[in-house]
Write a protein that binds this ligand. Structure first.
Ligand code: FE2
Length: 472
């Protein structure tokens, strides 16, 4: 597929200004076609240093035309988007706006124009897959940062503080020394890797986090769990990253496993070994009944201070979607020093910056309180839940309500379990989906991934007053 960018070109200053982008639109007419041959040689001599002085950087182009009105038409290779290969378990009607494989875009080197196209695709489809990628940690950081140029630090911060060391995330992350925003994650021993002489990696196992566990006998048969459904976010002091990049360097091969939900549903999901599972936040909202959509549109969640330290002693549900309410969380008084003003209070629904759609974005493990606004004036209150609003502080009540709203979206037909191949890169919209580590490896199965996300320069946006009027 081709795209055309129109540039205005000033013959005196050689300044080039981008006027518009017309993807897939053949804009040159017969007259332009004639001019094309006449002007090729002239414009072939524009060197990149001249182009770089202009207001727009010109991408790799294959041809250009000088029009009488002093426009340059540059033909570039545009990106192609193909549907992701869905497993049999997935309902394809629920994935029409989720996930695409990207062709014709090199994540390691790209032009600003190509990036704009990629950004549109990401916010439209939330998860993008690139195959056969060669990418250094520096290039991965550059791609991740391009989505939020003012962001700088890793999503959980770059410093090793007391809170970091007590966090349940601590053992899972090894920082690449040259590029501390990129983490080495995976399983087994990795040697001489990007400046790390030796790294012992541990794929998170549900037995370290869930209240109940799969028996060894069942695990030997390949039964497993979703480890923890989450958004990549510190949820205290730092803002949730806009995107995450996951780059697969070593992918051990092995038989498929089966995720058992181990709740009253009896649901199971066959998954590739070591899959990462994704569910759409849009779908999570879309499939709710009217009265729960109303609650979601009116609700905000307040996260605990240092939520990963707070939740460390507690144990998760068998679906990996939140914590069992057994009173095991740390007391706020026993946490590392914290300030009320640094706690995070977020709307339950986050607005997609490109499409305006609403995604249900709650990291259920870290939530301590739920605040629900009353039904707006003029809206019918019949059948409404919490019509006068509520401030829920009872952990069990908070978690039960969130679980009721989130659990339907992790059913097998709505999960995309990615089947990793070496050199796959998945770029996902961290403010538009939830994901989970899945499965269990043996110690000699070496898996190495590079992960990058950056604490954002802004906070997610909630529903507008108009959105609330529609859904409340
Ligand atoms: Fe994650």
């Amino acid at each position: 597929m081709s795209a055309f960018l129109i540039y205005e070109h000033d013959n005196t200053s050689h300044k080039i200004t981008k006027l518009s982008t017309h993807a897939s639109q053949r804009i040159y007419d017969e007259k332009a076609e004639e001019q094309h041959h006449a002007s090729m040689s002239h414009y072939r001599s524009i060197d990149s240093s001249v182009i770089d002085k202009g207001e727009s950087h010109i991408p790799h182009f294959v041809s250009y035309i000088h029009l009488p009105i002093q426009q340059l038409v540059l033909e570039i290779m545009a990106i192609d988007l193909l549907p992701l290969p869905l497993p049999e378990s997935a309902d394809p009607t629920k994935f029409t706006n989720f996930g695409r494989e990207v062709k014709g875009f090199d994540p390691a080197t790209f032009s600003p124009e190509q990036f704009e196209e990629l950004k549109d695709a990401l916010y439209k489809y939330d998860a993008l897959l690139f195959r056969n990628v060669d990418m250094t940690p520096e290039q991965q950081y550059a791609l991740t940062k391009a989505f939020d140029p003012a962001s700088e630090n890793y999503g959980h911060g770059n410093k090793q503080t007391e809170a970091d060391k007590k966090s349940i995330l601590h053992p899972d992350l090894k920082t690449i020394p040259r590029v501390p925003q990129v983490q080495l994650i995976g399983n087994g021993m990795v040697y001489n890797h990007e400046g790390l002489a030796e790294a012992r990696l541990k794929h998170p196992h549900h037995k370290t986090f869930h209240k109940t566990i799969v028996s060894q006998e069942d695990e030997d048969k390949g039964i497993t769990r979703f480890y923890r459904w989450h958004i990549d976010a510190a949820l205290y002091n730092l803002s949730p990253p806009k995107v995450t990049t996951l780059y697969a360097l070593n992918v051990p091969q092995g038989p498929k496993q089966v995720v058992r939900y181990d709740d009253e549903s009896g649901e199971e999901l066959p998954v590739p070994l070591g899959t990462t599972a994704f569910v759409s936040g849009r779908t999570m909202f879309d499939i709710l009944p009217k009265e729960l959509k109303s609650v979601a549109a009116r609700a905000r969640v307040k996260y605990a201070p240092h939520p990963y330290v707070w939740m460390a002693p507690a144990r998760a549900k068998s679906t990996g979607l939140g914590i069992e309410s057994d009173g095991l969380e740390s007391s706020f008084n026993d946490l590392p020093p914290w300030e009320e003003s640094r706690r995070k209070l977020y709307p339950v629904l986050w607005k997609n910056p490109a499409t305006g759609e609403l995604s249900f974005q709650v990291h259920p493990c870290g939530v301590a309180e739920l605040l629900i606004d009353p039904i707006p004036e003029g809206k019918p209150r019949d059948g409404a839940l919490y019509p006068d609003g509520a401030h829920l502080t009872d952990l069990k009540e908070v978690r039960d309500l969130l679980y009721k709203m989130q659990r339907p979206a992790i059913s097998p037909n709505l999960v995309y379990p990615h089947d990793w191949q070496e050199k796959d890169m998945v770029l996902f919209h961290n403010r538009g989906l939830l994901h989970s580590v899945v499965g269990a490896f043996k110690e000699d199965q070496v898996r190495a991934f590079h992960q990058c996300n950056l604490a954002a320069s802004d906070e997610p946006t909630g529903p507008t007053p108009e959105d609330v009027k529609i859904w409340a």
